[in-house]
Design a protein around this ligand. Structure first.
Ligand code: ATP
Length: 137
């Protein structure tokens, strides 16, 4: 597919890094298809991250993702999912390559600046969690 889904996480929004992150995304050749600002409840975050509910960091993840507003976006580019995963870098900023979004903006594994879908199927599911059809153009 040519689409993926991302969110700017609460700490990056709070630190005024929405613009810096979008700059890196657009410079890398992605087009913003849909975008908004949303404040999740911990319950909503739990639904979004349901696949991780057995993981030890699930409660922390739900708290971190509901700590403040986020910026969900649908992005478009050829080979979007894989290319975006490369642009964001490793989950742990200590392992993130030079030039990646997480290298520049992540603080820890939990506060790692952005989310990026890991498959075309999940990109579709995650996009539908936040956006209706009329917002995707
Ligand atoms: P994402 O799906 O957000 O792009 P990812 O695929 O790099 O992240 P996953 O292993 O799927 O990483 O974990 C989902 C999210 O859970 C991560 O982005 C991170 O914020 C959080 N997370 C992962 N591992 C830990 C951990 N050990 N401690 C705290 N939070 C974690």
């Amino acid at each position: 597919s040519n689409k993926t889904f991302t969110m700017v996480k609460p700490h990056a929004v709070a630190d005024n890094n929405i613009g810096g992150i979008i700059q890196m995304i657009e410079t890398a050749g992605f087009r913003i298809v849909a975008m908004k600002k949303v404040l999740l409840t911990s319950e909503n975050a739990g639904k979004f991250y349901e696949v991780h509910k057995e993981r030890p960091f699930y409660a922390e993840l739900c708290e971190t993702m509901s700590a403040g507003p986020i910026i969900p976006m649908i992005l478009e580019k050829e080979n979007a999912v894989a290319d975006f995963r490369a642009l964001i870098g490793s989950t742990d900023p200590a392992d993130a390559a030079e030039g990646t979004i997480r290298k520049k903006y992540a603080k820890s594994k939990g506060e790692n600046a952005v989310h990026g879908s890991d498959s075309d199927e999940n990109a579709q599911i995650e996009s539908s969690f936040f956006f209706s059809g009329i917002e995707q153009f």
